[in-house]
Write a protein that binds this ligand. Structure first.
Ligand code: WTA
Length: 654
């Protein structure tokens, strides 16, 4: 709800240079005493152990932390099952009747699932997986839309100790195939289709194309999204149906007692090379981090809150802050399948009002889109149930922050801007809503027990206000344990730039008050709508096209998406630089990687700016693309290349 007089963003910005947690919020907050930071800092192992103790262990650990840099083992010797934390614990405590998910499909189909329903469903899926021969340690790839069955399948894998890997159901057949092959998955679980923007995406067709080159896959288990959605793709010999394998299974299944350090999942994320990294997370530490961070950052009250995280389970945010964190806390959630603007621009706000959502977590890209669509869409709904808002995935600009506070949060909801990564497993830098005075645009300070430092080029520490490379300098329970099948890359990527410290790949600055401002990636990774893409990955896709001799890709600033890819392409002899070919190349990248990676523009050029040693100077391409003054060109082999490029680019713009 808003005040009666509309205010401009500039007025709001001047009114909200800082935001102090309101007294009524503080009075009910899970934590409101800043001594939590000093307690955690004084002995971070004990602090994390105090959270681990809230989980249900089959056998307690012998040692909290075994740290052989850069390899951490947390809660060594302990045994537990991740699905038990999210399901059995609540059902056994008498809370089986509590709603776990209010599900809403894009066409408007609704389902309500209690924790007891989820437990029964998870057990059926788990028994189904077993009947297909899936065993502890086997890999299972999931390719499904945002439906309760996705969360169930994730938890079912966890229940039997299979390592799951969710691939976002917008990725292309090639991207899916690469991931399935890398982990040598035994089974793919998919849906035949998904609703998005009023259309049906044919997921089964993608799977069929991918699986043709995946000899490790013994079966494809297909969940039907609904009659009308039946895929046009043919059935394969390896296909098995949900109705045959899952639906008639028993609704109980003994959970596998897992070692705290047994793998829980692999999630692929873009690195600086063309090959995505399979980030590995294990059981006890990950669950501890997910439980603690969701409890304190989102101030969860399982009896009363209705929590909605709009992320997809295909990304880390959905793993930690839909499935494991909120469910370990036993909270009620909203899950929505489709697009935020379908059938109308107010779909999200209609859902917030309908389910009386109290905690809402989304991405800056979405917030900027809401701003563009117009204030009238949220303003026409009763959003007074909201008490806390969150942001994740990319830096949030102060304008979006104050708009979010005012138009969604009614001016009085604290906003938690949470910085973290697939690799960190859980939130690392964030306000605590009952404690922190926030500043629009700053993720503020590390979560209790986390130590973050800013480093200079030479690895020395930036003390006080200033900018530098962001590094995490203590182990934490939900940290990645490695890259699937590639320890060398793990050590090289995260631990070699500043020996002994985890280098996140982001630059940040600290202000006079000690608040951290994330500035963005300092490597060749871009952040498109809060999702990571590597320039190399898109370049590899472009050069796979027969017309392309050489390609350079950069991320440029974009009003809504934060960043967007632009490709510079040198054509092979015999190909003509036409608008049609540019269009074809954009579509080709989308087909190779997924729609997310489709370049905003493809610019043809006879040459690329390179150093004398042949390295492409992407920094200069970015200057050209963003229309900035061209930076230092002294290392360039042939400075005239840039002039031509600039002309080419301007011609394209006009
Ligand atoms: C960026 C998403 C600024 C950052 C959870 C990081 C952010 C990358 C924020 C990780 C934030 C994430 N403010 N930047 N609050 N949150 N990022 O692995 O560049 O998909 O390194 O994890 O997103 O993206 P990932």
């Amino acid at each position: 709800m808003t005040d009666s007089s509309p205010k401009t963003i500039d007025t709001l910005l001047s009114e909200h240079r800082t935001f102090v947690p309101p007294a009524d919020f503080v009075a009910q907050a899970n934590v409101s005493d800043a001594s939590v930071y000093t307690t955690a800092d004084a002995d971070y192992e004990s602090w994390w152990a105090s959270w681990a103790e809230k989980l249900q262990w089959d056998k307690k650990w012998d040692t909290v932390l075994d740290w052989q840099l850069p390899y951490a083992k947390w809660f060594v010797g302990g045994k537990l099952n991740a699905s038990v934390q999210c399901l059995d614990r609540h059902v056994d405590a008498g809370n089986g009747g509590r709603i776990a998910f209010h599900f809403e499909g894009e066409p408007g189909d609704c389902r309500t699932l209690t924790y007891a329903d989820m437990l029964a469903g998870v057990c059926q899926v788990a028994n189904g997986l077993k009947s297909l021969g899936v065993e502890k340690g086997d890999r299972v790839t999931l390719y499904m839309p945002m439906v309760p069955e996705l969360a169930m399948t994730v938890l079912a894998c966890a229940r039997i100790g299979a390592i799951f890997s969710v691939v976002f159901a917008g990725f292309s057949p090639t991207s899916l195939k690469d991931r399935v092959q890398d982990q040598a998955a035994k089974l793919i679980v998919c849906a035949d289709g998904a609703w998005r923007g009023g259309k049906v995406l044919d997921l089964k067709k993608v799977v069929n194309e991918a699986v043709a080159d995946c000899p490790s896959v013994e079966n494809v288990l297909v969940w039907p999204r609904g009659g009308a959605l039946k895929s046009s793709a043919e059935d394969l010999d390896r296909d098995v149906k949900w109705a045959d394998v899952v639906s008639s299974q028993a609704t109980t299944c003994e959970p596998e007692s897992m070692d705290a350090e047994d793998p829980l999942f692999i999630l692929y994320t873009s690195g600086t090379t063309g090959k995505p990294k399979g980030i590995l997370h294990t059981t006890g530490g990950y669950m501890t981090g997910a439980l603690a961070t969701s409890n304190l950052v989102f101030d969860l009250k399982p009896e009363t809150d209705v929590y909605w995280c709009t992320a997809d389970i295909g990304w880390i945010t959905g793993h930690s802050y839909i499935v494991f964190g909120p469910m370990a806390n036993g909270v009620t959630q909203v899950m929505y399948e489709g697009a935020p603007n379908y059938p109308k621009f107010d779909r999200f706000w209609e859902l917030v009002a309908k389910y009386k959502v109290s905690v809402f977590y989304t991405a800056p890209t979405a917030i900027r889109a809401f701003m563009k669509w117009g204030d009238e869409h949220p303003d026409q709904h009763d959003l007074t149930s909201l008490r806390l808002l969150g942001s994740v995935g990319e830096p949030i600009n102060p304008e979006a922050w104050v708009w979010y506070l005012h138009h969604i949060g009614g001016g009085n909801c604290p906003i938690v801007d949470t910085w973290w990564q697939t690799e960190t497993g859980g939130i690392m830098i964030t306000p605590l809503p009952g404690i922190t005075t926030t500043v629009p645009g700053s993720a503020t300070t590390p979560f209790p027990g986390i130590e973050a430092k800013l480093l200079n080029e030479d690895g020395s520490e930036v003390i006080g206000a200033g900018g530098g490379y962001l590094a995490l300098t203590r182990p934490w329970p939900s940290m990645l344990r490695g890259i699937w099948g590639d320890n060398e890359r793990y050590e090289e990527t995260y631990w070699s730039r500043f020996p002994g410290k985890y280098f996140a790949g982001d630059g940040a600055k600290r202000d006079e008050d000690g608040n951290l401002w994330i500035l963005g990636r300092v490597d060749d990774v871009m952040n498109v709508s809060g999702h990571r893409l590597s320039t190399m990955e898109i370049e590899s896709a472009l050069v796979a096209h027969e017309a392309v001799a050489e390609a350079a890709v950069i991320g440029i600033a974009h009003e809504l998406k934060g960043q967007t890819p632009v490709g510079f392409v040198i054509l092979r002899n015999g190909y003509e630089a036409t608008p049609e070919l540019s269009e074809e190349l954009r579509a080709f990248v989308a087909k190779e990687i997924g729609g997310l990676a489709r370049p905003e523009k493809v610019i043809f050029t006879p040459e690329l700016p390179k150093t004398r040693s042949g390295k492409i100077m992407r920094r200069l391409l970015r200057d050209v693309a963003e229309g900035k003054a061209i930076g230092d060109v002294t290392t360039l082999a042939d400075p005239s290349v840039l002039q031509g490029l600039q002309q080419e680019y301007e011609a394209k713009e006009s």
